[in-house]
Design a protein. Structure first.
Lengths: 199, 125
């Protein structure tokens, strides 16, 4: 939050809130239209009304200004995710149908670099749907997560591979969400201290 | 053309149903709550995605496809969150068989310390 607005400048703040909420309103409208499966004036108008109401009653958004994701990294992330999901399914299928050996489940701690809530959500959700791993605990302040591994191979470096996979997902996701990992802690407004200060 | 689409839709529907069945068998065969969550997420999600793709190809309606796409997106968002919540609760309440774990980096954390994220729940995306 660069303090451009003077405290008490209510009109300016309201304009800022509008700018932030406009993409969210557009997104809610898209969801509304998709739910009806039809684009008509009645649907657009009711969607705008419902969307404005939802934004009005929902708690203030805590993860900074809305930003469009970067197109190319988002596309490659999506493709990588689909490939991972297919591989993950095949692996679980193999374990279900032909259990080769006793499962060796494990819980592995993965230190991450970015506290941004959107990125943390993206990474933890992706990890659950990619091969062999499932997000079990999240420590936002760390930031770190603990993942449950379905089958940790009995060799040295197996846990490190799990960590490397999660961190490479984080890097890829950061590129898609335009977050600079070098500034550990994420984009402004995402820090825990600042959220608590704002109450 | 329409016949090709019909066959493709049938193939997608059947493979999706097969994966969902597989997820169900996994739930029965895996040893504890945490390992079962693996079966409940990956094959179940991909199975539903395939069924949805099959349904979209079968109906060939733009409006319905938009709704189907919405279902897919929300499944991708909510399924891992649900698995996370169940896995976390199972671990903390001792409903998971921790003796199966060959390594446990969470061991030694006192559950009385409370949630590691300060109790604010899963981060909103």
């Amino acid at each position: 939050m660069t303090a451009v607005q003077a405290p008490g400048a209510a009109p300016g703040r309201r304009a800022g809130a509008w700018r932030r909420n406009l993409p969210r309103l557009a997104w809610l409208l898209v969801v509304w239209l998709a739910l009806w499966g039809d684009v008509s004036w009645a649907n657009v108008l009711s969607g705008l009304l419902v969307g404005a109401f939802v934004l009005h009653v929902s708690p203030p958004v805590e993860h900074g200004p809305f930003r469009w994701p970067a197109p190319l990294p988002t596309l490659t992330y999506a493709l990588r995710f689909v490939r991972d999901l297919v591989v993950a399914t095949a692996e679980v299928a193999r374990q279900v149908l032909w259990p080769v050996s006793r499962l060796r489940p494990a819980v592995v701690e993965v230190p991450l670099r970015c506290r941004d809530r959107a990125l943390l959500s993206l990474v933890s959700n992706s990890i659950t749907l990619t091969p062999g791993t499932l997000t079990l605990e999240v420590d936002e302040a760390g930031p770190r997560i603990w993942v449950h591994v379905l089958h940790l191979e009995d060799r040295s470096g197996a846990a490190e591979d799990v960590v490397r996979h999660a961190r490479s997902l984080e890097e890829h996701g950061a590129r898609a969400l335009r977050i600079d990992l070098a500034q550990a802690g994420g984009r402004p407004g995402a820090g825990r201290a600042e959220r608590e200060a704002r109450g | 053309m329409s016949a090709v689409l019909d066959v493709l839709a049938a193939v997608l529907l059947l493979s999706g149903v097969g994966l969902t069945l597989l997820a169900g068998i996994g739930l029965l065969r895996f040893p504890d709550a945490l390992t079962r969550m693996h079966a409940q997420t990956k094959p179940a999600v991909l199975g539903l995605l395939l069924v949805l793709a099959g349904a979209a190809l079968d109906t060939r309606s733009a409006g319905l496809s938009a709704t189907i796409l919405l279902v897919a997106v929300f499944q991708l968002i909510t399924s891992p969150v649900g698995a996370h919540a169940i896995g976390r609760a199972a671990y903390r309440n001792g409903d998971a068989d921790l003796s199966l774990l060959v390594r446990d980096d969470l061991a030694g954390r006192d559950p009385a310390d409370g949630p590691v994220d300060g109790g604010r729940g899963p981060a909103g995306g």
